[in-house]
Design a protein around this ligand. Structure first.
Ligand code: 13P
Length: 254
């Protein structure tokens, strides 16, 4: 049984004071967090504040939105896996479509980051997904296969099992237009099939695949009830602690 994983990607939002208020309200609203894993992914500048506000809250982990693959050195403006581990960060989102399109990240760069993350025992959440043009041309599977094989090249089965994949169709991000549960399930099943080819059955069954793209309290339950959808990577709706708490609750319901 795969434990569902719900992550809040705050992107370039949330001051320290806003982060602290968010955590207080969220903890009050979401009730006991059992059978699901919750990850908060603040901007770097609010990571320590979120950690502090969470205190001993169980089943809530903190992630980062990016990192560089080198261990240390003259790389002005970059953050290493070791520096994130130093803050007790557990997860790191890598290859988000915003990084791919706005900052020129390629599958090869994502792969270097993914491998560096594993080396530092930081768990990557690797984002993949097609554009609308690619979908309209019937290229969804081709694109997903290229991104998966490129971003996850060279990982051992164990490392793959400790990797979370986020299927985020680019056309669904921040648009209010989510993939239908059927579209998402189809893509997730294809991703799992590809993982089977890249590794083995056990590995493919263990990897958690999140859906991301306009997830809201209103659509979360149906999306997450699909057999290959193991959680959500939430952008806009994760900035409101009440909405995010509702999405977490939706993950608990069968
Ligand atoms: P939205 O939920 O705002 O569509 O963003 C999705 C996303 O990019 C999460 O990483």
């Amino acid at each position: 049984m795969r434990k569902k994983i719900i992550a809040a990607n705050w992107k370039m939002n949330m001051t320290q004071a806003e982060s602290e208020r968010f955590v207080e309200t969220f903890l009050r609203d979401c009730g006991e967090i059992i059978d699901v894993e919750v990850v908060i992914v603040p901007p770097f500048t609010s990571i320590a504040k979120v950690m502090e506000a969470l205190g001993r809250a169980q089943n809530i982990k903190v992630g980062a939105q990016n990192m560089y693959w080198e261990k240390s050195g003259a790389f002005t403006g970059e953050i290493s896996a070791a520096l994130l581990r130093d803050l007790f960060v557990h997860y790191v989102v890598l290859g988000h479509s915003e990084r791919r399109t706005l900052f020129g990240e390629t599958d090869e760069m994502v792969n270097r980051k993914v491998r560096a993350a594993h080396e530092a025992t930081l768990r990557p959440i690797v984002c993949i997904g097609e554009t609308l043009e690619q979908r309209d041309k019937g290229n969804v599977e081709k694109i997903l296969s290229i991104q998966l094989r490129g971003s996850l090249a060279g990982l051992t089965p164990k490392e793959l099992q400790e990797t979370v994949i986020a299927y985020e169709p680019v056309w669904a991000i921040g648009t209010g237009r989510n993939a239908t549960p059927q579209q998402a399930q189809e893509a997730h099943a294809f991703i799992r099939k590809t993982l089977r080819e890249m590794a083995d059955d056990t590995t493919a069954e263990r990897v958690r695949i999140q859906y991301g793209g306009s997830v809201k309290p209103e659509n979360a339950r149906e999306l997450m009830s699909q057999s290959d959808i193991d959680g959500a990577l939430v952008g806009g709706a994760s900035l409101d602690p009440r909405s995010f708490a509702q999405i977490v609750k939706a993950a608990r319901e069968k």
